[in-house]
Design a binder for this molecule. Structure first.
Ligand SMILES: [Zn+2]
Ligand SMILES: [Zn+2]
Length: 130
């Protein structure tokens, strides 16, 4: 399965899912749980503190997303959703899409982990640059 964002039938499902009320409810639950776990709301790429309305959630795994009896169900595990600024989220997907190995030969979880590491290194390097 490819990790590319805008190709394939699976991605059409995802695009639809990401606009569904089930996803918005899942998103709210994620932020409430994050607070309950006393984990800070920080972007996983740039590391900056952010408000929930400023963050998107990236899926490390879509196996919790199911279409059951005509409706979407969101059973993602908490730690399979990663908070990112929209801009940082875009950069992450670009890193994955532009790397043939990450886009086609790694699981989504592995590709995301590798791309996140690269992105953090890049953003931190920019930060300390004069
Ligand atoms: Zn960020
Ligand atoms: Zn994403």
């Amino acid at each position: 399965m490819s990790n590319r964002r805008k190709t394939g039938v699976r991605n059409a499902y995802r695009a639809e899912f990401l606009r569904s009320p089930e996803w918005f409810a899942r998103r709210s639950r994620w932020f409430r749980k994050q607070v309950r776990l006393r984990r800070p709301l920080v972007c996983a790429a740039c590391g900056r503190l952010a408000a929930s309305r400023e963050l998107e959630l990236h899926h490390l795994d879509y196996s919790g997303v199911r279409f059951v009896k005509g409706g979407w169900r969101a059973f993602e595990r908490h730690d399979d959703l990663v908070p990112l600024h929209p801009h940082c989220h875009d950069l992450l997907h670009r890193l994955i899409d532009r790397d043939h190995v990450l886009a086609f030969h790694r699981s989504r979880r592995a590709a995301s982990g590798i791309a996140l590491q690269r992105l953090r290194a890049r953003l931190w390097a920019q930060e300390i640059a004069p």
